[in-house]
Every structure is written in structure tokens, then in C-alpha cells.
Design a protein around this ligand. Structure first.
Ligand code: ZN
Length: 473
């Protein structure tokens, strides 16, 4: 029998605010445990939470980018449960009145529905010291703003789930609402998966899979879980609705607990926070901040700059990289050339130094200057690459490096002629080969001249001069 797979994803992203969702504590990652806490995020009796406007703004910005309907009236709710990383014994979240509903995300030609997006606070973090019989708790993360984005169960394979996550991450990073760093926990994903025989209309029983620490492991965990459910059904068994933990080392999912229903959480409206109602003007302003998204920008790069699909895709994969490209072009760089230099020379150099494009010592102004020097014939393309490396290390401008190192191309033919004659004298065997019709011999001679001039000669010029001189022999 053939089975159809149905996946829905719940993604939590940490919003890039300086302070927590309901207090002034810092959200900085990696600080000493329990140093970024106050009576509010520790849930002391009698304290009152105050909403962080920036968190609401970032959440709405994300919702606009995901084509959601922003609800004009939204309210926080208490989600009650007991766990040692949750000092209040409830989490402030949103339940019946979330911030945004009914959006979608473009996945190639498909639209994947976004059921809802809502704000909530993060919990603390349990630490388990190795070989100790106790656990420790760090409350620094308590109260950090999270945006939960719930997809419709419309993803049809583990691969599609991975693709969805990549597109979502690209959008959120583009908007600068989250750094989406999975290692630091600023993006987390839970996945629901069910299978059903092809042609069946009712959904199968789903399981929730947790504990994946990369998009690749989301795909692997879902593939495993799909096979596990199909095997179970084939044997005449039943899938239990439960939460599964992904064991990365063993490559298997293991049952963790039976799945809670929302009634288990005894949700009720948060009495300490007033509901939020947004005015039209404020929303409009935020909508305008949702600049061109990666997909649209890629299309524009292809149409306006005549770049290939691949090049435009790489350039628009990070907002700062696309900005770097456009700044260079606006300063007069030719788009195709600029794109080539960024993709082949600059990115590799940045990667090997673990630098982001924003940290590049080689600026758009440098690139424009370098391209102009090559175009004017002052330096060769090869020397240009060396200069890029030198600008990278010293931060000096291409022109000053050329002056310091006397790297300009030898344009006067007198000097070049001297070298050409020298090379001809030194290579009688190659000359006779060439005269016998061995075309390749000329390339060797050009190479020798380039070597002697340390790449400062114009290869086309050298070629011409060599042929003229050989004819005279
Ligand atoms: Zn606090």
C-alpha cells in the first residue's frame, strides 16, 4: 500500500530585542547563569508585567511578511503547567486571541499555510552536570520574547519540511527580527507527522517530534518517524498520539510522554496585562518596514541586472550581501562583473577568515575602485586579485597599494620589448617549435614574459609583440 505523509511545523524564534518581553532584564546570550533576572521574570508575588513594544513590533513585522491577517484585538493568556524551569508555574502566551492568523509562505510554486503566529515568553534552561545526580537551573532565558509560528499540516515530506524551515529562516533573518541561530536556541522546531493510505480523506493519528538541533536532523527525524508509523500500520497496529524525542546519536525517535491537549493547560486570559488593540496608522508603518523579501529581490536582480538564477540566489541569500552588491553597483560597478568578483573572490576569502560580509575589510568603494583600475588597463585582472587580498589584510585602498608596490601594468612598449627579446633569446628550442607550427609554444612564451614582469604586463600586448619579434627572426 502507498502512504501519504502529512507534516505540520511549530517554530519558535527568539525576537531580537534588547530586553525581555515583560521586564527590563537583558536578553544577551551566554552571560553567567542567573545574572539577568528580576522579580518580574522570576515570578515573585505582587509584581506586574509590562509589555515590550519592540517585541510586538517585530512579531507584527514577521506576520506581515508571512501574509498573515493581523488581529485588531489580541490578548495574552496564562498557560499553566509545572516544570522546574518555569518559576511562575505558568507561561504567558496567547491562546484564543493570537496576534496573527491565516498567512502563507511560498515554497517554490506551492503555498504553505500559516495557521497562526503568536507572542509568548521563553522558559529557563535546565543544566545537567555530567555524572552528577542533580540538575541546575538558569533563569536568564526566562521571559525572553518568542514568536511561535504554526504551519498548517500541508507539508508532504520530510524534505519539504526542511525546505520550509530554510525559507522561513531566510525571511526572518532578512527582516532582522531574529538571528535564527539554532545552536544558541534562538530557533527551535517541533514537528507533527502523520501518515494515511493514499486516497484516504481522514487524517491519520499524529505524533509530535521534538529535540532536533538542525534542519537536517528535522528531516532525518521525520523520515525515521514516517517509516516507524508505516511499519506499525502495516503490521495492523495503531499509532499512539504521543510526543517523541529524537535521539541524534542513535538516529531514532523514542516516546517521551503522551501528548497533552490544550485543556490540560487550563488556559485563561492573563489578568495582569491589558489586551492590545492596534491603530491602523501604526500597523501601516510597520507594514512599510517589511521591505522587499528575498524572493522578490532575487527576481529583480535577474531582471534588472541580468544575473543568472544561481548568482542572484546566492547574492540575495543574505540581506547584507544583497545590500553590498547593490551599493557597489550604485557606485558605478558593472553588475555582472561585481557579481563575479563577490562570488568568486570575496566570499571565499570571507569564509576562510570566518567573517560575515558586514565585517568585510574590502568595501564596495574598494571594489569599484579596483574594477575601474582594471578597466582602464592600469592593472591586469590577475594583479587585481592580489590587490583584493592586500586590501583585505591592510584595509588600505587599492590605489595606495598599487603606488606603494609599483604594481601598475607595464604599458610602455620599450620596457616590455626588452623582456620579450630576452625571452626569445633564452628559448631557441621553443621558437623553432613555434615556427614548425606548434601553436602552444607561443602560450609558453607569453607565460615566461608574464613571469618576468611579475604579472604586470598586458597578456594581449605580450602576444602581439612576441609574434612581431619572431617574424623578424
Ligand atoms: Zn526580569
Amino acid at each position: 500500500m502507498k502512504y501519504e505523509t502529512i507534516v505540520g511545523l511549530e517554530v519558535h524564534v527568539q525576537l531580537l530585542t534588547n530586553s525581555k518581553l515583560f521586564c527590563n532584564c537583558s536578553t544577551k546570550f551566554g552571560e553567567k547563569a542567573n545574572t539577568q533576572v528580576c522579580p518580574i521574570c522570576l515570578g515573585m508575588p505582587g509584581v506586574l508585567p509590562v509589555i515590550n513594544e519592540q517585541a510586538v513590533r517585530l512579531a507584527i513585522k514577521s506576520a506581515f511578511a508571512l501574509h498573515c491577517e493581523i488581529l485588531k484585538f489580541t490578548r495574552f493568556a496564562r498557560k499553566n503547567y509545572f516544570y522546574p524551569d518555569l518559576p511562575k508555574n505558568y507561561q504567558i502566551s496567547q491562546f484564543e486571541e493570537p496576534l496573527a492568523i491565516n498567512g502563507y509562505l511560498n515554497l517554490g510554486k506551492k503555498k504553505i499555510g500559516i495557521k497562526r503566529a503568536h507572542l509568548e515568553e521563553d522558559a529557563g534552561k535546565l543544566l545537567h552536570p555530567e555524572e552528577e545526580a542533580y540538575s541546575l537551573v538558569d533563569f536568564n532565558r526566562c521571559g525572553i520574547p518568542l514568536l511561535e509560528i504554526v504551519s498548517q499540516p500541508e507539508l508532504k515530506s520530510p524534505q519539504e519540511a526542511e525546505d520550509y524551515l530554510n525559507v522561513l529562516k531566510l525571511i526572518l533573518k532578512y527582516l532582522e527580527v531574529s538571528d535564527c541561530n539554532m545552536e544558541e536556541g534562538s530557533l527551535r522546531c517541533d514537528a507533527n507527522l502523520s501518515v494515511r493510505p493514499q486516497g484516504e480523506n481522514n487524517l491519520g493519528v499524529k505524533t509530535e517530534v521534538k529535540n532536533m538541533n538542525s534542519f537536517k536532523s528535522v528531516r532525518k527525524a521525520l523520515s525515521y518517524e514516517r517509516e516507524r508509523q508505516i511499519k506499525l500500520l502495516e503490521k495492523g497496529g495503531k499509532v499512539n498520539q504521543e510526543t517523541m524525542l529524537w535521539d541524534e546519536k542513535k538516529g531514532i525517535t523514542l516516546p517521551m510522554r503522551s501528548k497533552e491537549e490544550s485543556q490540560d493547560y487550563r488556559y485563561f486570559p492573563e489578568p495582569d496585562l491589558i489586551p492590545l488593540a492596534f491603530n491602523e496608522e501604526w500597523l501601516k508603518k510597520i507594514e512599510q518596514e517589511v521591505a522587499e523579501l528575498p524572493e522578490t529581490r532575487k527576481k529583480r536582480f535577474i531582471e534588472n541586472y541580468f544575473l543568472s538564477d544561481y548568482d542572484a540566489g546566492v547574492l540575495t541569500s543574505q540581506k547584507p550581501l544583497a545590500d553590498y552588491f547593490e551599493e557597489t553597483v550604485s557606485r558605478g560597478g558593472k553588475p555582472k562583473l561585481v557579481s563575479n568578483w563577490i562570488l568568486t573572490e570575496l566570499l571565499g576569502r570571507l569564509n576562510s577568515r570566518h567573517l560575515t560580509i558586514g565585517q568585510s575589510p574590502f568595501t564596495p568603494a574598494h571594489l569599484v575602485e579596483l574594477l575601474k583600475l582594471i578597466e582602464e588597463g592600469k592593472i591586469s585582472g590577475k594583479i587585481g586579485k592580489d590587490i583584493l587580498a592586500k586590501v583585505f589584510d591592510s584595509g588600505k585602498s587599492p590605489t595606495s597599494i598599487i603606488k606603494e608596490e609599483k604594481l601598475t601594468q607595464i604599458s610602455g612598449n620599450a620596457l616590455l620589448l626588452k623582456v620579450v627579446v630576452e625571452v626569445i633569446k633564452e628559448n631557441p628550442k621553443t621558437i623553432s617549435d613555434y615556427k614548425k607550427g606548434k601553436e602552444r609554444a607561443l602560450g609558453f612564451l607569453v607565460g615566461m614574459v608574464m613571469k618576468k614582469t611579475k604579472g604586470r604586463a598586458n597578456p594581449a600586448n605580450v602576444n602581439k609583440l612576441l609574434q612581431e619579434e619572431i617574424k623578424k627572426l
